[in-house]
Design a protein around this ligand. Structure first.
Ligand SMILES: C[S@@+](CC[C@H](N)C(=O)[O-])C[C@H]1O[C@@H](n2cnc3c(N)ncnc32)[C@H](O)[C@@H]1O
Length: 358
């Protein structure tokens, strides 16, 4: 297979990863713990889903009353439009329904909605979900799904990885609240970094120990160690939740040592025993190669790894820019590359303590 075909095949596979119920529950619980009424009276849209068996749909439908939701909408993308098509079989749920349509089942997307008690048991839950075929294929970029977006308050999903930038732009252009899954490397994309810098988007509560496990129709095509045949899940290390809903972890201050203590006691050999932190030669900032080595008493600018964002507390720190290109640095200082003793240091964010610390 030509190299570009391989890349396309990989991208197509990367769009089909399904989120586990426990991960959704853990993430959403963090927002509820911080603001118990975060979903009350809200319309939640779950686009890019497969509502018949999506854990997002199941979780929100099961908790509809507890969260005080006004409406739940979940939509799926047509089988024929998907880049990765693995032996599709409509479910019994669909085929046994009078509206089942041989052609629409592959060509159209589906929509599931939940807003009130249909079964007459005085509860609103999974049994009250209504569904029908969409007019189109359920592409989030279509006018049909855009109308649903505009009607909703909060958008929650694990979108196709290959369209992550487009998906986020689609949310941001109408200023909706959101909780979505994406790759950590998205942080330094030029459309995404400004949102992070301006505290319009941040990292969510997170996957357990930073490891995300997904199911996938192509799971067994992954190497051993990434694919676990026992669980049938594929492991990702660099995947995280992005959101603009607040949660408690975001306000926990990062515990830090003074510069002198770091130089004496740091667990990192790159810091312990040195006389001072390295300084960048092309601007006034120190290099801090590990987030837990940020000195508590340094008032100046510090270059830190991108993984700092997982510990970023906006009450404690301010983000000034990144060295991933001039467009990520409004002051035109850090974007032109960072050098120490003639060597370039990549993927750094430039931060400062928010309050004077000395
Ligand atoms: C990463 S999967 C996640 C599925 C589900 N949200 C979950 O977390 O279990 C992304 C889904 O989006 C679908 N998709 C791909 N392109 C899409 C598009 N343009 N519009 C809507 N959905 C799309 C994929 O087929 C896939 O089912």
């Amino acid at each position: 297979m030509a190299n570009s075909n391989l890349v396309e095949a990989q991208k197509a596979k990367n769009d089909e990863f399904y989120t586990q119920y426990a991960d959704i529950e853990k993430e959403i619980s963090a927002y509820l713990e911080f603001a118990p009424d975060v979903f009350r009276g809200k319309t939640v849209l779950l686009p890019c889903d497969d509502p018949e068996w999506s854990n997002f749909t199941k979780y929100f439908a099961q908790n509809f009353e507890r969260f005080g939701l006004k409406k739940l909408i979940s939509t799926s993308y047509a089988v024929e439009s998907k880049k990765y098509k693995s032996g599709y079989q409509p479910t019994l749920f669909e085929t046994s329904d009078p509206q089942f349509d041989n052609i629409k089942t592959v060509r159209n997307g589906k929509i599931f909605t939940l807003s009130n008690d249909k079964t007459g048991d005085h509860k609103v839950n999974v049994d009250d979900l209504e569904w029908h075929y969409l007019e189109g294929d359920g592409d989030f970029r279509s006018d049909e799904i855009k109308r649903l977006r505009d009607e909703s308050d909060i958008i929650i999903t694990n979108p196709p990885f290959s369209l992550f930038r487009e998906f986020l732009a689609w949310i941001v252009e109408v200023e909706k609240q959101f909780v979505i899954i994406g790759s950590l490397s998205a942080i330094t994309y030029k459309e995404i970094f400004p949102l992070i810098k301006e505290n319009k988007m941040w990292m969510g509560n997170g996957f357990h120990a930073g490891n995300a496990y997904f199911s996938s129709p192509s799971a067994n095509e992954y190497a051993e160690g990434i694919y676990n045949p026992e669980t049938g899940l594929v492991k990702f290390r660099n995947v995280c939740w992005f959101t603009n809903l607040d949660h408690g972890r975001r306000h926990q201050p990062l515990p830090l040592m003074t510069m002198a203590d770091n130089l004496k006691y740091s667990k990192h050999k790159e810091i312990k025993g040195k006389k001072s932190y390295d300084k960048y030669e092309n601007y006034d900032a120190i290099e801090v190669p590990f987030t837990d080595a940020i000195p508590s008493d340094y008032d100046g600018v510090m270059g830190v790894p991108v993984s700092f964002l997982d510990k970023y507390n906006p009450d404690q720190f301010e983000i000034l820019g990144s060295n991933r290109g001039v467009d990520q640095d409004p002051n035109n200082i850090y974007g032109r590359g960072s050098y120490i003793n003639g060597k370039e240091v990549f993927k750094r964010l430039f931060i400062k303590h928010k309050r004077k610390v000395k």
